[in-house]
Design a protein around this ligand. Structure first.
Ligand SMILES: [Zn+2]
Ligand SMILES: [Zn+2]
Length: 278
């Protein structure tokens, strides 16, 4: 049995539509798949309908961006939320509307700075019209499309955290983000703790927040599954698994194909009951 609880669609920075994700999951013999787009729930209706139609167990989810202030350094912490049967989504939707407005303004500001500082072509009109969540990756995709004569690796510098054009986004604190997900009846998972730059703060963050589970199985080649299983047991958290699939063509070093990180049936059982899945 394959259970993949983390992937992205065109509603955030993935390249497949929710329906295409369901088709790919079927082709990869996945039994349960959660759609967890960055800071948006908008892909979920299409995802759930496609699951019903194509007979795949689909789970409504989200990946909420939060932050932790590590002695003046901002560490972004991603929280995967999986909707329980009675999930409300009201205050979560309001928060998402607000943050995505901010994200769009930030993208417009950052791209116009990129234009001024690096001289690259940008199409701000197109960005203003988009309804999907605009991450730094989407900005890079936009630049690649508009500047086909320039090496994408060179363009990447202008959207990096060290870019002279960088504009930060103000997210929610990790403890507030996990609480928001909980209040809306989501099961809350610490996503890819292996990617936290300062590993010493992982347990501090767990103690501070209201996680129910931790992504112990993840596609990143340096993920230490046994280490995170130990931490999960120490804090009484359930195991989770996610491929973090974004695109069929990207390198498989960090993100995997759908179903490449999976829980086994026994590991999934307690979460399955909490999520009220058949
Ligand atoms: Zn993430
Ligand atoms: Zn992700």
């Amino acid at each position: 049995m394959k259970i993949d609880l983390h992937c992205h669609s065109t509603f955030s920075d993935g390249v497949l539509t929710p329906r295409e994700l369901v088709l790919r999951a079927k082709a990869n013999n996945v039994d349960y798949l959660a759609l967890t787009d960055h800071d948006t729930l908008l892909g979920l209706p299409d995802f759930m309908n496609s699951g019903k139609e194509l007979n795949l167990n689909t789970i409504e989810g989200i990946e909420l961006t939060t932050y932790y202030n590590d002695n003046g350094k901002t560490e972004h912490i991603h929280c995967v939320g999986l909707a329980k049967k009675d999930a409300k989504k009201d205050s979560l939707s309001n928060y998402l509307k607000e943050i995505n407005k901010k994200r769009k303004n930030r993208a417009l500001e950052m791209l116009s700075r990129i234009h001024d500082i690096y001289g690259y072509t940008v199409n701000l009109d197109e960005i203003s019209k988009t309804n999907s969540v605009i991450t730094r990756k989407s900005m890079l995709d936009h630049l690649v499309k508009e500047n086909s004569n320039i090496d994408p690796q060179v363009l990447r510098i202008s959207t990096s955290l060290d870019s002279k054009a960088y504009v930060p986004t103000k997210y929610i604190k990790v403890e507030d983000g996990t609480r928001l997900l909980k209040e809306n009846n989501f099961f809350v998972i610490f996503a890819h703790p292996c990617l936290v730059k300062n590993q010493l703060i992982v347990e501090t963050i767990i103690k501070l927040s209201t996680f129910d589970g931790i992504e112990v199985k993840y596609s990143y080649i340096y993920n230490d599954e046994q280490h995170f299983k130990g931490i999960a047991q120490k804090y009484n958290l359930l195991f989770s698994a996610g491929s973090d699939f974004h695109s069929p063509t990207e390198s498989q070093k960090k993100h995997g194909d759908i179903g490449s990180s999976t829980l086994n049936e026994d590991e999934f059982k307690p979460m399955k009951e909490i999520l009220n899945l058949k």
